[in-house]
Structures are given as structure tokens and as C-alpha cells.
Design a protein around this ligand. Sequence first.
Ligand SMILES: [Zn+2]
Length: 376
Amino acid sequence: MINKERLVNEFLSLVKIDSLSKNERKMADALLEKLRAMGLDPYEDDTGSKIGGTAGNVICKIKGKKEKPALLLMAHMDTVVPGLSKKAVVEGDIIKTDGTTILGGDDAAGIAVILETIRSLQEDNEEFGDIYLAFTVCEEGGLFGATNLDLSKIPADYAIILDEGGPIGTAAVTAPYYNKFKVVFKGKAAHAGMEPEKGISAIMMAAKAIAGMPCFGRIDEESTSNIGMINGGQARNIVCDTCTIEGEVRSTDENKIKDYSERIMNWFRKTAEEMGGSAEIDLETMYPGFRLKDSDPVIQLLKRASELSGIPLNLQPTGGGSDTNVINGAGIPAVNISVGMEKAHSTEEFIRISDMEKACEFLTSIIKAAYSYNHQ
Ligand SMILES: [Zn+2]
């Protein structure tokens, strides 16, 4: 049985811990201790040293009654800013903050729901298959924890990531590929009043390049692009010789993201050259997208869990990236399910206790559905 009081207390204790991206040490220590107290044998990987953070991913295998299908349950340990000294305020069914920080339900709710679900299964002596837990670092900072997970040590058949909002039963089944870029426009400096004709303005170059971009903002139903930062110039009276822009392209279609990214970069290059300057381009794929079909076994698993629990399934696309992208890209079919977080990444973030409870019921049903599933 899901123990509501234990769930709420666990959530509140996790919210109290400062755990900004790359500073997850206290959270990792707390989780290692909690998992050991549950009779489990967790370990921490070496991601911390690889990414310059204070902690690695916390991983744990829970031996079940059968090996297949094995489930990987994931939530991330880090939070966005402002996330130091978070003070949770409980008002009836709602948990929010005092308004000065985020709540960090993204993703403490995911962690609390996983812990409560496992505790209740252990307590009730329920039978289940092999389960792996992975609590990742630095999800918000670029999915670096998930990217560095050694999945050869986690032979899971399906992954359930608990890091979404929306009504419980919501699952993100489509997410975009993500490219980031940095372009340095190079012109030529000159005195702006005495001999401007000898200069080539990198700011003008960037302005023309951005204004004429072949695609910007909402490109089509499944693709977007953005310039998020621009920086350049030294003084009002100098023709600017260097201007840097940074942006992104997203699409759930792998061919489209390639095509749009190439068109944009070619346009930047051409614009710079036409003005007598140059554009140094750094385009990088941050993570792959995914698109799950109704017939995919992991979706079938969610459908059976929905029938078992009576919680309606709500399959949705998402425009964001999460650890789910990385795990799908690495070949383990993965879905991101809702834990009920609302207004995440803002100081108005809140969560309903009843939603977290329901998320535990849904996760319990997923684990039971996997156990009764005849894996081929
Ligand atoms: Zn999150």
C-alpha cells in the first residue's frame, strides 16, 4: 500500500536538500543512505569527475523474481535556479514554496515516487521482476548524467523516466532532436568617425544574418529554431570586428533537423562572406530525439498499466529534452511519465500530494504489468 504520509515526508526531506546542477553531492549522499536503509546496495558512478561536478549518478539494482523484462526507473537529482534554501509550504493538498525559490518538485517528485513505490512493494511482499534505479546528475545542465551512464551495467528492457508534468497517466512519447550552435562573425575594426569605410561591422553582419534567416521560431509542426544570445563590440566609436550569436534548432524529424541546421549555417556563412567577413561555425548535436509508436512494447506496457490502475493514458509529444532522449538514443525504449509537477522552473512551482500518490499507483501498475508480461 502506498503510504501517503511517508511519501509526503520523503518529498519534503528531498526538497530541503540543495542540489543545483553539478552540485548534487548532498543529494547523492542522502539517496545512497536512503537506499541502503531499504536493504539495497547502491553505488555511485564516476560521472562527477568526468563533468566537473561534485557527485556521480546513483545506481542500484533490485533483484526481482525474474530477470526479464527488466525495468529501469529514473529521475534526476539536480534542480534549476533559484534553488538554494528551498522552503516547502504545505497547504491542504498543495505543496509550494514561499515564492523566493523553485520547489524542485522537478525532479524530487520523481525520486520520492520511485522510493515510495519500491518501499510499498517491499512491505507488501509483492513479486516483481528485476528493477534498476538510476538517479542522474546534471539533467538540467544538458543531460550530462544520463549521457555518461554506463548502460552496459544496466541491462534493462524498458526505461520509465519520472520527469513530466500534466495529469497522472501522461507520457511523453515524442521528443525533438536538439542541435546547438555558436557562430562568431568576424569583420574588421576601424575608427567609426574617421574612416568607417575601412571597417567591416560584425554587428551588422550578425544583424543581416539573423534578419534573413531561412527559418526562425516555429518552423513547422515539429521543428523550431531560436537565437538566444548575442554578444559583441568594444566601444561606440569602434566598428565592431567580432560578434557572437548562440542558438538552437529542434525537430522530432531527424532529416529535418539536419536540413534546417545546414540551411541556417550556410546562410550565416554566405551573409558574412558577402560582406567581406567570415563566420566561424560550431554546430553540435546535443541529444537525439525519439518517436514511439502505439505498437511499441513499452507503450503496450503503459496501456496494460493503465488498465490495471484505471488511470487513463495520455500519450503526448513534448518540445523539451530530458534523460528520456538519451536513453532512447542508447537503444533502451524509454518513456517520460508525469509525476504531477506544475509550473516547473518557476518560483510558482507547486505539486499536488494526491497527484504524487496517484503517480505511485501508476508506477506500481507498470511494475506489475511488466512482471506479468511474457517477454520474448
Ligand atoms: Zn526535470
